[in-house]
Ligand binder design. Sequence first.
Ligand code: HEM
Length: 174
Amino acid sequence: MTILSNLYVILILRVLHVGGGIMWVGSAALYLLLIIPAAYSAQSAGQKFLQTLGPKFGAMMGLVTTITVLSGALLYARFFAGGISFIWTTGAGAAFTVGAVAALGSYVMGAGYFGKMQEKIAKLGAEIGSAQSAPNPAKVQEMSRLQSSLMKAYQFDLVLLAIAMLGMAVARYL
Ligand code: HEM
C-alpha cells in the first residue's frame, strides 16, 4: 500500500476521480432532466434518437463510472491505514463513506438495471413500430409501464448521485 502514499499517484487518482465524478453526475442530470423529456415529446423521432444514443451513452457511462469508482476505492483505501473506525469517529470519514455507498448504489443500478431496461424498451418499441395494423394495446400498455419504471429508477439514481456529490463536496470540512 506504500504506492498509495506517493504524491504523484494520489494526484493522478484525484484527477481521474474528480474528473470522472463530474462527468458521471453531469451526464446523468443532463440525460434525465433534458434529453429524455425532449425525446419523449418528439415521440417516434425521439424514440429513434434515444435508440441511437442509448448504447453509446451506456458505453461512455460504463467507462466513466468504473474509473470514478476504482480511483475512489483506492483513495478510500488510504483512510484504512488508520483503522476502520475513521468512519464513525470523524465527520470526514462518515461523509466520504455515505457518499461512496450512495455512488456505489448508483453504479450497481447502472450496471445491472438501466441497460437491460433500455434494451427491453427498444425491442418492444421496434415491435410496436413494425406492426402493419394498429399497435397491440397490451404492448403499448407494457411499453408505458416499462418507461415509467425506468423513469422512476432514473429519478432514484439522481437522488443517490446528489447524496454522493454532497457527501464528497463537504466531507473534508466536517
Ligand atoms: C458520483 C460519484 C462521485 C463523485 C461525484 C465524487 C466526487 C468527489 C470529489 C469532488 C472529491 C474531492 C473532495 C475533496 O478533496 O474535498 C472526492 C474525494 C473522494 N472520494 Fe469521491 N466521488 C464519487 C464517488 C466515490 C466513490 C464510489 C468512492 C469510494 C469507493 C469515493 C471515495 C472518495 C474518497 C476516499 C475521496 C477523498 C480523496 C482524498 O483526498 O484522499 N468517491 N470525490
